[in-house]
Write a protein that binds this ligand. Structure first.
Ligand code: MN
Ligand code: MN
Length: 476
């Protein structure tokens, strides 16, 4: 006798397999082979992120990479030819690289745009003061930080000082073996009774984020000198000895404190990687390497590494500056093409990290629409806050196209929304690109504890971001 029950079950099972969306991890989809590839790919990334903690350092590292692939500097108005590999460094802090494919520019550019600035503590213009026998640097935080996370951690000093004669002095202290580090102090628990009653956001103030720089007075003939601010004098003496600068040179400096140290594997299995500034160098590196692997195809490809995303993309090095459009327009004219038509035919992946679902803070996430670590690169139709304010809400048509491209290339991907609808919000550079009539969608690697001094990503998501960017570069 026929067992109709089993047939019924099997039909339901088939139907549910066919009709349901079920999120699968990159472990399930890619197996051990993909895991090996991801672990290998992440090695190159860790070298990049250890060498490029600021936007300036990221630009320098990228230029070296581009040079090794035969890229040449581009100037606006320059005649460009098929096969050209070019880059434009904007004031040392942002970079646009592009390669002209066999199709020229008629079919637009495949643009990928990430940012290379990260939250940190900038030094004020008059940063140095002495109190209680210690010389400190006053800071002004850059980007969205949770202030309490920056006390009692090791900090390194990075940046440049531009002297009045235009001379540039590069500063990096705290990263090499044997270097000193810097630190913002916190209260001992014994005396924190009142501080403990404050809110997490209120216990530390911006003006409270002062870093210890020096704690000994200037000595003269073996004895403590006899001027005011002896410790500050000792510090300035050391800065002058090392860099040839005086206190007023700090007015035209860009110095910042970033978390000291290198990237490191997290967990016994080594699939997670912790580091400062995954946001957004994890997308910068994966899109850059994707472009470099797709230089000789039909498409023209463009890799944008922007500055100032963390503070709203303003200023000459942020994405609100017209530079990218000027370059596209100028290159288009050099091919005799209509710049507006080239932009209309272009497509962009706005590459920025997503918030990874954190089971320890599950109440701010909506599980069905959150990105999970190791479940692939995350596509976000929109970002923003409240009623989708301040976002590029990507059209379903372009999203449908991107989705098909990823599936054909067996990219492990998922969707992402930042958190619960009214829990907060955030934006990306996407809306500053789509406003020039370029189809744009947000995509990025999910990050745990985003904007903390130590952020965590999955190497599988990094690898699948790279696969996604690569598939996009080659897509028709
Ligand atoms: Mn970001
Ligand atoms: Mn960010």
């Amino acid at each position: 006798m026929e067992n109709t029950g089993n047939i019924g079950n099997s039909k339901a099972k088939n139907l549910s397999d066919k009709l349901f969306y079920r999120k699968k991890s990159a472990f399930e989809k890619g197996g051990a082979a993909e895991l090996d590839l991801a672990l290998e790919y992440a090695k190159g990334y860790s070298v990049f992120i250890d060498s490029a903690k600021t936007e300036r350092e990221a630009v320098e590292y990228t230029v070296d990479m581009l040079n090794s692939y035969g890229f040449k500097p581009y100037t606006l108005g320059m005649q460009v030819y098929q096969g050209d590999r070019l880059y434009y460094v904007n004031r040392g802090k942002s970079l646009i690289a592009f390669a002209i494919g066999a199709d020229g520019v008629e079919n637009g550019f495949k643009i990928m745009a990430a940012h290379i600035d990260s939250p940190r503590l900038d030094l004020k213009q008059h940063p140095i003061y002495e109190d209680g026998g210690i010389a400190y640097a006053k800071t002004h935080y850059y980007g969205g930080i949770r202030k309490y996370q920056w006390a009692t951690i090791k900090l390194a000093l990075h940046g440049v000082v531009i002297k009045k004669n235009g001379e540039r002095v590069n500063v990096t202290v705290g990263e090499d073996e044997g270097d000193p580090v810097f630190c913002i102090t916190d209260l001992l628990p014994h005396l924190a009774k009142e501080q403990d009653t404050k809110t997490l956001g209120g216990a530390f103030t911006g003006e409270g984020l002062n870093a210890v720089l020096c704690a000994s007075p200037f000595m003269e003939e073996g004895k403590v000198c006899e001027v005011d601010e002896k410790v500050k004098l000792n510090l300035l003496y050391e800065l002058n000895r090392r860099y040839g600068i005086t206190e007023d040179d700090l007015v035209s400096a860009e110095l910042c404190f970033v978390p000291q140290g290198k990237s490191v594997d997290v967990g016994f299995d080594r699939v997670l990687m912790g580091a400062y500034g995954h946001d957004d160098r994890v997308c910068a590196y994966s899109e850059l390497t994707a472009m470099l692997e797709n230089l000789d195809g039909r498409n023209s490809v463009m890799c944008v590494l922007a500055d100032k995303e963390e503070t709203g993309s303003d200023g000459v090095t942020g994405m609100q500056c017209r530079l990218m459009v000027d370059i596209i327009d100028s290159v288009s004219r050099s091919f005799g093409s209509n710049p507006g038509a080239v932009r209309a035919a272009s497509e962009c992946l706005s590459a920025d990290v997503a918030a990874a679902y954190d089971p320890c803070f599950s109440d701010v996430f909506e599980k069905n629409n959150s990105a999970m670590a190791s479940c692939g690169v995350a596509l976000a139709k929109y970002t923003g806050s409240r009623g989708k304010y301040d976002t590029n809400d990507c059209g379903a048509e372009f999203l449908g196209k991107v989705r098909a491209v990823f599936d054909r290339a067996q990219v492990v991907w998922q969707t992402a929304e930042l958190g619960k609808v009214d829990a907060g919000g955030g934006g990306t550079v996407a809306k500053y690109i789509s406003k020039y009539n370029i189809d744009t969608v947000d995509i990025g690697v999910p990050v745990l504890c985003m904007h903390a001094p130590f952020e965590i990503i999955s190497k599988l998501d990094l690898y699948n971001a790279h696969k996604a960017f690569s598939a996009f570069c080659a897509s028709r």
